[in-house]
Ligand binder design. Structure first.
Ligand code: ZN
Length: 443
């Protein structure tokens, strides 16, 4: 409906311009030509016996418009809705506008197409099955860019596609949210060696922020890519909590016998944490170090996380400072002595969201302490996606088995023994290139 309405508005706009070249009514003013050498839509020759019916003109906005005749031998694809985009036999993309009588009084119709001009905020192109062999369906624009199959092994990529099929997410947003979730599950001590010569070893953690307006379905994204894959692991975390509680009971008994004060109860261990204080985080990281576990912090809105001004008038608050320092996997002295528990190593990933206006505001003064450089920002395009209308056993089964695949991998990662992973040759080259480009002098 909206696409149709938009086409009407655009046609009207064009009609209102004095030198307007329009799709309806005022054809006499248009310098019509025969498409050459043949019609870009149906392939009808521009000259010769079968020529003549298809025609084209340049519109006032500079876009080429084609009226393709719905003939017997040559015809445009059928079953299109306004807004559909097809690939013409000139390899360009053409957007279907609508149809109209050809004006020759023989009852035949023209299908009207204009050169496709992608908008910045694109509604996904509906893919169609064309019956005309000369034409093939255009790839939807969101299928380009970084895809799940490039980022991940095929069975994980397919599972993620299945569970997010009916939600309006770009594949890079799904893939990176999933990776942030997975990166919080690896055991402490797991490292990636970026460069063997310089012993550049870092934990495989990620700080990511999805950039989108509120109401862009960011909650299901978290559920499907992070929480659900890890759901079985939460019971194992419960076991850790039970252990800690028993240790604490024993410690209390000892303290009582020795006439000392009862020790503080252990913090509740979790692998997914959304709300915490800096001191509680220190206590948790201390316990997680003992249990050799990593941690994922998830926040609906990350701007507060790094802009808290609680400790100083200028610069970062202590809690924000803490997040910057634990990025590299170890605590600074300042942090270690701030609580009553200490730790040397940690593994923390952050997954959160930020609104585009807020981000614009935050980065306009630069990034002197590198707080934003640690984050990977994932722009979320505004797009719509219809919810499934067909819910049957088959589709439910497909989703269930995709969820099982994701849970199986999460569990494997959770139990992998710590190791140092090295980059392969192509990764080393890509990383060196990136590292060089990212140096301040080259920005
Ligand atoms: Zn044609």
């Amino acid at each position: 409906m909206l696409v149709e309405a938009k086409a009407k508005v655009e046609a009207k706009k064009a009609a209102n311009k004095p030198a307007g070249r329009v799709t309806d009514g005022t054809q006499r003013e248009l310098p019509w030509e025969s498409p050459k050498p043949k019609c870009w839509i149906c392939g009808r020759p521009g000259t010769g016996l079968k020529s003549g019916d298809c025609r084209s003109a340049r519109r006032s906005d500079g876009r080429l418009e084609v009226h393709c005749s719905q003939g017997q031998t040559y015809a445009p694809p059928k079953g299109l809705s306004p807004g559909d985009v097809i690939k013409g036999n000139d390899d360009q993309k053409w957007a279907y506008v609508g149809e109209k009588p050809n004006g020759l009084g023989d009852g035949r119709l023209f299908s009207i197409f204009v050169i496709h001009q992608p908008k910045v905020m694109n509604t996904p192109v509906r893919t169609i099955n064309s019956a005309v062999p000369a034409l093939h369906v255009a790839e939807a624009p969101e299928e380009r860019g970084i895809t799940l199959s490039q980022l991940l092994p095929l069975d994980i990529a397919n599972a993620l596609k299945e569970v997010t099929k009916h939600l309006p997410y770009d594949e890079h947003v799904v893939g990176m949210n999933y990776l942030a979730g997975i990166s919080g599950l690896v055991k402490l001590g797991t490292l990636i060696c970026g460069n063997q010569i310089t012993s550049y070893n870092v934990p495989p953690n990620l700080y990511i922020a999805t950039v989108g307006r509120s109401g862009q379905k960011k909650t299901p994204l978290h559920q499907l890519t992070i929480r659900k894959p890890a759901i079985n692991l939460l019971s194992q975390v419960a076991d850790i909590n039970r252990e800690l509680f028993e240790e604490w009971i024993a410690a209390c008994k000892d303290a009582k016998e020795d006439g000392r004060d009862k020790p503080k109860p252990p913090p509740r261990v979790s692998i997914h944490v959304s709300d915490y204080t800096g001191e509680a985080l220190n206590a948790l990281l201390s316990v997680l170090e003992g249990k050799k576990r990593g941690l994922l912090l998830t926040r609906d809105e990350i701007s507060g996380l790094l802009c808290s001004m609680n400790a100083y008038r200028k610069g970062l608050g202590a809690d924000a400072q803490q997040l910057l320092e634990i990025y590299d996997g170890h605590a600074s002295n300042a942090i270690r002595i701030s609580g009553d528990r200490s730790y040397e190593r940690c593994h923390v990933s952050i997954q959160g969201n930020i609104q585009p206006e807020v981000l614009r505001d935050l980065v306009k003064t630069g990034d002197p302490d590198g707080r934003w450089a640690r984050f990977m920002f994932l722009p979320m395009r505004e797009m719509t996606c219809p919810l499934p209308t067909q819910v049957n056993e088959e589709t439910i089964d497909a989703v269930r088995s995709a969820e099982t695949v994701l849970q199986t991998y999460a569990s494997r990662v959770f139990h992998l023994e710590p190791a140092t992973y090295e980059l392969d040759q192509s990764a080393i080259e890509a990383f060196c290139r990136y590292g060089h480009q990212a140096q301040p002098g080259n920005l």
